[in-house]
Design a protein around this ligand. Structure first.
Ligand SMILES: N[C@@H](CCC(=O)N[C@@H](CS)C(=O)NCC(=O)O)C(=O)O
Length: 240
Protein backbone atom coordinates (compact mmCIF):
# COMPACT_ATOMS: atom_id res chain seq x y z
CA UNK A 1 0.00 0.00 0.00
CA UNK A 2 1.14 3.57 -0.72
CA UNK A 3 -0.04 6.90 0.60
CA UNK A 4 0.78 10.04 -1.36
CA UNK A 5 0.85 12.66 1.33
CA UNK A 6 1.89 16.26 1.94
CA UNK A 7 3.81 17.01 5.13
CA UNK A 8 1.53 19.72 6.47
CA UNK A 9 -1.79 18.77 4.89
CA UNK A 10 -4.49 18.00 7.45
CA UNK A 11 -6.29 15.47 5.20
CA UNK A 12 -2.98 13.65 4.55
CA UNK A 13 -2.08 13.66 8.23
CA UNK A 14 -5.49 12.22 9.16
CA UNK A 15 -4.89 9.30 6.78
CA UNK A 16 -1.44 8.75 8.26
CA UNK A 17 -2.96 8.66 11.74
CA UNK A 18 -5.47 6.03 10.62
CA UNK A 19 -2.75 3.91 9.01
CA UNK A 20 -0.76 4.07 12.23
CA UNK A 21 -3.74 3.38 14.49
CA UNK A 22 -4.67 0.37 12.38
CA UNK A 23 -1.09 -0.81 12.33
CA UNK A 24 -0.93 -0.99 8.54
CA UNK A 25 2.44 -1.23 6.80
CA UNK A 26 2.66 1.12 3.86
CA UNK A 27 4.96 3.27 1.81
CA UNK A 28 4.75 6.99 2.46
CA UNK A 29 5.28 9.08 -0.66
CA UNK A 30 5.90 12.73 0.15
CA UNK A 31 4.45 14.99 -2.50
CA UNK A 32 6.18 18.35 -2.67
CA UNK A 33 3.32 20.73 -2.81
CA UNK A 34 5.42 23.85 -3.19
CA UNK A 35 7.10 22.43 -6.27
CA UNK A 36 3.67 21.63 -7.67
CA UNK A 37 4.36 17.90 -7.82
CA UNK A 38 0.61 17.31 -7.57
CA UNK A 39 0.09 19.37 -10.70
CA UNK A 40 1.83 16.99 -13.08
CA UNK A 41 0.05 14.79 -15.59
CA UNK A 42 1.50 11.72 -13.81
CA UNK A 43 -0.14 12.80 -10.57
CA UNK A 44 -3.40 13.56 -12.39
CA UNK A 45 -3.52 9.89 -13.36
CA UNK A 46 -3.64 9.04 -9.67
CA UNK A 47 -6.04 11.80 -8.80
CA UNK A 48 -7.74 13.87 -11.48
CA UNK A 49 -8.63 16.35 -8.71
CA UNK A 50 -4.86 16.98 -8.32
CA UNK A 51 -5.21 16.91 -4.57
CA UNK A 52 -3.28 15.17 -1.86
CA UNK A 53 -3.66 12.58 -0.31
CA UNK A 54 -4.05 9.59 -2.58
CA UNK A 55 -4.16 5.99 -1.44
CA UNK A 56 -2.97 3.13 -3.63
CA UNK A 57 -3.89 -0.36 -2.48
CA UNK A 58 -3.47 -2.89 -5.26
CA UNK A 59 -5.80 -1.75 -7.99
CA UNK A 60 -7.60 0.77 -5.81
CA UNK A 61 -6.29 4.28 -6.48
CA UNK A 62 -8.24 6.96 -4.73
CA UNK A 63 -8.16 10.48 -3.32
CA UNK A 64 -10.57 12.10 -0.83
CA UNK A 65 -9.38 11.51 2.70
CA UNK A 66 -12.81 10.59 4.08
CA UNK A 67 -13.19 7.80 1.53
CA UNK A 68 -9.65 6.66 2.35
CA UNK A 69 -10.40 6.61 6.08
CA UNK A 70 -13.62 4.68 5.53
CA UNK A 71 -11.91 2.17 3.26
CA UNK A 72 -9.10 1.60 5.75
CA UNK A 73 -11.65 1.19 8.52
CA UNK A 74 -13.74 -1.24 6.49
CA UNK A 75 -10.86 -3.35 5.37
CA UNK A 76 -8.38 -3.27 8.23
CA UNK A 77 -10.24 -2.51 11.45
CA UNK A 78 -10.29 -5.90 13.09
CA UNK A 79 -11.48 -4.43 16.41
CA UNK A 80 -14.71 -3.05 14.94
CA UNK A 81 -14.16 0.05 17.04
CA UNK A 82 -12.43 2.48 14.71
CA UNK A 83 -15.22 2.19 12.16
CA UNK A 84 -18.15 0.41 13.78
CA UNK A 85 -20.47 -1.83 11.79
CA UNK A 86 -23.52 -1.19 13.93
CA UNK A 87 -25.64 1.22 11.83
CA UNK A 88 -26.25 3.95 14.40
CA UNK A 89 -22.70 4.04 15.70
CA UNK A 90 -21.46 4.04 12.12
CA UNK A 91 -23.87 6.81 11.17
CA UNK A 92 -22.43 9.06 13.88
CA UNK A 93 -18.91 8.41 12.62
CA UNK A 94 -20.02 9.19 9.07
CA UNK A 95 -21.81 12.28 10.28
CA UNK A 96 -18.69 13.64 11.97
CA UNK A 97 -16.63 12.96 8.86
CA UNK A 98 -19.15 14.84 6.73
CA UNK A 99 -19.37 17.66 9.26
CA UNK A 100 -15.60 18.02 9.18
CA UNK A 101 -15.38 18.04 5.40
CA UNK A 102 -18.37 20.30 4.79
CA UNK A 103 -18.10 22.74 7.66
CA UNK A 104 -15.42 22.35 10.30
CA UNK A 105 -12.20 21.83 8.33
CA UNK A 106 -13.59 23.84 5.46
CA UNK A 107 -14.11 26.94 7.59
CA UNK A 108 -10.86 26.45 9.48
CA UNK A 109 -8.95 26.03 6.24
CA UNK A 110 -10.52 29.10 4.73
CA UNK A 111 -9.56 31.19 7.71
CA UNK A 112 -6.23 29.69 8.70
CA UNK A 113 -4.49 27.90 5.91
CA UNK A 114 -5.38 30.18 3.09
CA UNK A 115 -3.93 32.93 5.01
CA UNK A 116 -1.27 31.27 6.97
CA UNK A 117 1.09 33.00 4.65
CA UNK A 118 1.84 33.34 1.05
CA UNK A 119 3.47 30.01 0.43
CA UNK A 120 0.17 28.22 0.46
CA UNK A 121 -1.18 30.73 -1.94
CA UNK A 122 -1.32 28.52 -4.96
CA UNK A 123 -3.46 25.88 -3.41
CA UNK A 124 -7.19 25.45 -3.85
CA UNK A 125 -9.23 28.47 -4.85
CA UNK A 126 -10.58 28.64 -1.33
CA UNK A 127 -7.13 29.72 -0.24
CA UNK A 128 -6.89 32.53 -2.72
CA UNK A 129 -8.18 35.19 -0.39
CA UNK A 130 -5.18 35.57 1.86
CA UNK A 131 -6.56 38.01 4.32
CA UNK A 132 -8.05 36.79 7.55
CA UNK A 133 -11.40 38.47 7.38
CA UNK A 134 -14.03 39.07 10.10
CA UNK A 135 -16.43 36.97 8.00
CA UNK A 136 -13.92 34.11 7.86
CA UNK A 137 -13.48 34.31 11.61
CA UNK A 138 -17.22 34.29 12.14
CA UNK A 139 -17.70 31.21 9.95
CA UNK A 140 -14.92 29.46 11.78
CA UNK A 141 -16.32 30.27 15.22
CA UNK A 142 -19.75 29.03 14.13
CA UNK A 143 -18.14 25.72 13.13
CA UNK A 144 -16.40 25.57 16.51
CA UNK A 145 -19.71 26.33 18.25
CA UNK A 146 -21.34 23.45 16.41
CA UNK A 147 -18.58 20.98 17.20
CA UNK A 148 -18.62 22.08 20.83
CA UNK A 149 -22.37 21.44 20.88
CA UNK A 150 -21.98 17.92 19.48
CA UNK A 151 -19.37 17.05 22.07
CA UNK A 152 -21.39 18.59 24.90
CA UNK A 153 -24.69 17.03 23.80
CA UNK A 154 -23.30 13.52 23.42
CA UNK A 155 -20.91 13.95 26.34
CA UNK A 156 -18.43 11.51 24.86
CA UNK A 157 -14.69 11.34 25.18
CA UNK A 158 -14.16 11.22 21.43
CA UNK A 159 -15.85 12.87 18.49
CA UNK A 160 -18.31 10.08 17.73
CA UNK A 161 -18.36 7.87 20.83
CA UNK A 162 -16.39 6.93 23.90
CA UNK A 163 -13.79 5.19 21.78
CA UNK A 164 -11.41 6.57 19.22
CA UNK A 165 -12.79 6.31 15.69
CA UNK A 166 -11.67 7.34 12.22
CA UNK A 167 -13.74 10.53 12.69
CA UNK A 168 -11.35 11.86 15.30
CA UNK A 169 -8.39 12.00 12.93
CA UNK A 170 -9.54 14.67 10.46
CA UNK A 171 -11.17 16.67 13.26
CA UNK A 172 -7.88 16.61 15.17
CA UNK A 173 -5.79 17.60 12.16
CA UNK A 174 -8.23 20.42 11.39
CA UNK A 175 -8.03 21.65 14.98
CA UNK A 176 -4.24 21.58 14.97
CA UNK A 177 -4.35 24.33 12.31
CA UNK A 178 -5.77 26.56 15.03
CA UNK A 179 -2.98 25.72 17.39
CA UNK A 180 -0.51 26.47 14.59
CA UNK A 181 -1.67 30.08 14.56
CA UNK A 182 -1.96 30.20 18.34
CA UNK A 183 -5.73 30.51 18.22
CA UNK A 184 -7.03 29.64 21.68
CA UNK A 185 -9.85 27.19 22.25
CA UNK A 186 -10.96 28.41 25.70
CA UNK A 187 -14.28 29.63 24.36
CA UNK A 188 -15.08 26.06 23.26
CA UNK A 189 -14.36 24.01 26.40
CA UNK A 190 -15.61 20.68 25.06
CA UNK A 191 -13.49 21.01 21.93
CA UNK A 192 -10.50 21.99 24.02
CA UNK A 193 -10.99 19.05 26.37
CA UNK A 194 -11.42 16.58 23.51
CA UNK A 195 -8.33 17.93 21.74
CA UNK A 196 -6.10 17.82 24.82
CA UNK A 197 -7.40 14.39 25.75
CA UNK A 198 -6.47 13.04 22.32
CA UNK A 199 -2.96 14.44 22.63
CA UNK A 200 -2.49 12.96 26.07
CA UNK A 201 -3.92 9.54 25.32
CA UNK A 202 -2.52 9.02 21.82
CA UNK A 203 0.93 10.60 21.77
CA UNK A 204 2.11 8.59 18.77
CA UNK A 205 -0.89 9.64 16.72
CA UNK A 206 -0.61 13.21 17.91
CA UNK A 207 3.03 13.25 16.86
CA UNK A 208 1.91 12.86 13.24
CA UNK A 209 -0.32 15.95 13.44
CA UNK A 210 2.28 17.83 15.44
CA UNK A 211 4.83 17.52 12.61
CA UNK A 212 2.41 19.29 10.26
CA UNK A 213 1.50 21.84 12.89
CA UNK A 214 5.13 22.78 13.34
CA UNK A 215 5.51 23.49 9.63
CA UNK A 216 2.34 25.58 9.52
CA UNK A 217 3.41 27.41 12.64
CA UNK A 218 6.81 28.21 11.14
CA UNK A 219 5.09 29.50 8.01
CA UNK A 220 2.85 31.68 10.14
CA UNK A 221 5.84 33.21 11.91
CA UNK A 222 8.10 33.55 8.88
CA UNK A 223 5.98 33.89 5.79
CA UNK A 224 8.07 33.12 2.71
CA UNK A 225 7.95 35.85 0.15
CA UNK A 226 6.34 33.99 -2.68
CA UNK A 227 3.41 35.21 -4.62
CA UNK A 228 0.73 33.05 -6.12
CA UNK A 229 1.35 34.51 -9.53
CA UNK A 230 4.93 33.29 -9.45
CA UNK A 231 3.75 29.70 -9.36
CA UNK A 232 5.01 28.03 -12.50
CA UNK A 233 2.22 25.64 -13.26
CA UNK A 234 -0.86 26.13 -11.14
CA UNK A 235 -3.76 26.34 -13.58
CA UNK A 236 -5.69 28.72 -11.36
CA UNK A 237 -3.07 31.38 -10.91
CA UNK A 238 -4.01 34.80 -12.11
CA UNK A 239 -3.17 35.84 -15.66
CA UNK A 240 -2.63 32.27 -16.80
N1 LIG B 1 -11.28 16.84 -0.05
C1 LIG B 1 -9.88 16.50 -0.16
C2 LIG B 1 -9.06 17.75 0.08
C3 LIG B 1 -7.56 17.48 0.00
C4 LIG B 1 -6.80 18.79 -0.04
O1 LIG B 1 -7.36 19.89 0.05
N2 LIG B 1 -5.51 18.68 -0.22
C5 LIG B 1 -4.73 19.89 -0.44
C6 LIG B 1 -3.47 19.82 0.39
S1 LIG B 1 -3.85 19.93 2.10
C7 LIG B 1 -4.35 19.89 -1.89
O2 LIG B 1 -3.92 18.87 -2.39
N3 LIG B 1 -4.51 21.00 -2.59
C8 LIG B 1 -4.06 21.07 -3.95
C9 LIG B 1 -4.13 22.41 -4.55
O3 LIG B 1 -4.96 23.18 -4.08
O4 LIG B 1 -3.36 22.73 -5.45
C10 LIG B 1 -9.53 15.43 0.87
O5 LIG B 1 -10.15 15.43 1.93
O6 LIG B 1 -8.68 14.58 0.58
Amino acid sequence: MKLYSVVDGPPSLACRQALKALNIQYELVDVNFNKGEHMTSEYAQLNPQKEIPVLVDDDLIMGESNAILQYLGDKYDTTGKFYPKEPKARAIVNHRLCFNLAMYYRNIAEYVVGIINTILNYVAPMFYDYKRTPLGLKKMTIALDVFNTYLQRENTEYAASNTLTIADFPLITATMCLEAIDFKLNAWPYVEKWYNNFKRKHPQLWEIAEGGMQILSDCEKNPPEVSMDQHPIHPLRKNK
